[in-house]
Write a protein that binds this ligand. Structure first.
Ligand SMILES: Cc1cc2nc3c(=O)[nH]c(=O)nc-3n(C[C@H](O)[C@H](O)[C@H](O)COP(=O)(O)OP(=O)(O)OC[C@H]3O[C@@H](n4cnc5c(N)ncnc54)[C@H](O)[C@@H]3O)c2cc1C
Length: 273
C-alpha cells in the first residue's frame, strides 16, 4: 500500500555498473554505481527512488530488452519478456549522488541495501556485488511532497526507509522543525543524517529481535505533537507504514492528504516482479 507520487522521469532506462561495495554498518551494504550513461540521471534529492533491474544471467545482456519506463505500458512489456531470463526489478532509494565534476570524470550513485540474509534477489545480489556488474535503473522521482505546506515534519522509517528519511533530512530547509523516528536492527546501524537542527532524530534499535516496526509505531503514538500542521512520511515494513498512517488519521485527526506513506516490503513475502 502506498500513496506516494510516481514520476516517470525523462531519463528512462539508465545503464550503470558497480564500481564499489562497502559494508557501512553491520546490516547495511553500500553499492556504488557509475558509468557514462549515468550522466543522463537527474538527481532531485529527498527520497528519490528508482526501479533497479538486476540481471539474472551473468552477461547482463537481458538489460537491453527492458522498457524505458515502468508505467502500465512499460510494466506489461516487461511481463512479456521470458520469465527465466528477464532481469528482476526491485525498488531502491538514491542514498547519494555525486555528479561528474568535469568531462573526464563519471557520476556516482550510492545505494544502501539492507542486509537481510540469503532470501530474495536484491539483498543477496548487493552483498556479493563486484566491480563491473551491470544493472539498469528507471528513475521514479521523489515521494516526499516538498511543496506541501506544514509547520513541522514527522518522518518514520525502519532500516529499509533509512536512506529515504536520511535523504529528506539532508534536503529539508535548514529551518525545518519536527521529529524523525528511524528503527534499525542494531545500535551500530545508525548513520549520520545531516538533519536540520530543529528536527530531532530518534534512533530505535531492535536489538532484542523484536518485529520490524514494533518500536517505531509506539514511539509515534507516544509523541507530544508540535503545534500546527504536520507533514508526515511513513515508510518501511508494510505494517509500520500502514499503522503510522492509521494512527495519524484516526487518532490525531491528521488529514489523509498530509500523510505520505508506502509499504517498502512485507515480512515473509517477496516483492512482486
Ligand atoms: C520506494 C522504495 C524504496 C526502497 N528503498 C530501499 C533502500 O534504499 N534500501 C533497502 O534496503 N530497501 C529499500 N526498499 C525495500 C526493498 O525494495 C525491499 O526490501 C525488497 O523486497 C528487497 O528485495 P529482495 O529481492 O532482497 O527480497 P524479496 O525477494 O522481495 O523478499 C525475499 C524475502 O526477504 C524478505 N525481505 C525483503 N526485504 C527485507 C528487509 N528490508 N528486511 C528483512 N527482510 C526483508 C521478504 O519478506 C521475503 O521473505 C525500498 C522499497 C520501495 C518501495
Amino acid at each position: 500500500m502506498s500513496n506516494t507520487s510516481i514520476t516517470n522521469a525523462e531519463s528512462g532506462l539508465v545503464h550503470a555498473e558497480v564500481v564499489r561495495r562497502e559494508l557501512v554498518t553491520p546490516h547495511m551494504v553500500r553499492v556504488t554505481l557509475s558509468g557514462d550513461d549515468l550522466r543522463r540521471f537527474v538527481f532531485t534529492g529527498f527520497d528519490q527512488w528508482f526501479r533497479l533491474a538486476i540481471p539474472v544471467r551473468d552477461d547482463g545482456s537481458s538489460l537491453a530488452d527492458l522498457p524505458d519506463s515502468f508505467g502500465i505500458g512499460g510494466y506489461l512489456r516487461y511481463l512479456r519478456l521470458p520469465k527465466q531470463t528477464r532481469p528482476v526489478i526491485r525498488n531502491y532509494t538514491v542514498r547519494s549522488f555525486r555528479p561528474a565534476t568535469d568531462a573526464a570524470a563519471l557520476p556516482e550513485l550510492d545505494i544502501d541495501f539492507v542486509v537481510h540474509g540469503d532470501q530474495g534477489i536484491a539483498g543477496p545480489w548487493a552483498a556479493a556485488a563486484k566491480p563491473g556488474d551491470a544493472v539498469a535503473l528507471i528513475d521514479q522521482g521523489h515521494g516526499w511532497p516538498d511543496q506541501r505546506p506544514a509547520d513541522w515534519v514527522l518522518l518514520v522509517a525502519d532500516e529499509s526507509g533509512l536512506p529515504a528519511v536520511a535523504g529528506i533530512l539532508r534536503d529539508l530547509p535548514r529551518d525545518a522543525v519536527g521529529h524523525a523516528f528511524i528503527e534499525v536492527l542494531d545500535e551500530r546501524d545508525r548513520q549520520p543524517t545531516g538533519a536540520p537542527r530543529g528536527v530531532q532524530v530518534h534512533w530505535l534499535a531492535r536489538s532484542g529481535g523484536e518485529a520490524p516496526g514494533s518500536l517505531a509505531l509506539p514511539a509515534v503514538q507516544q509523541l507530544s505533537f508540535l503545534p500546527g500542521r504536520v507533514s508526515a512520511f511513513a515508510v518501511g515494513e508494510q505494517a509500520l507504514a500502514a499503522g503510522v498512517r492509521r494512527h495519524l488519521v484516526r487518532e490525531r485527526d491528521v488529514p489523509k492528504g498530509d500523510v505520505t506513506f508506502s509499504g517498502y516490503w512485507r515480512v515473509g513475502r517477496s516483492a512482486p516482479s
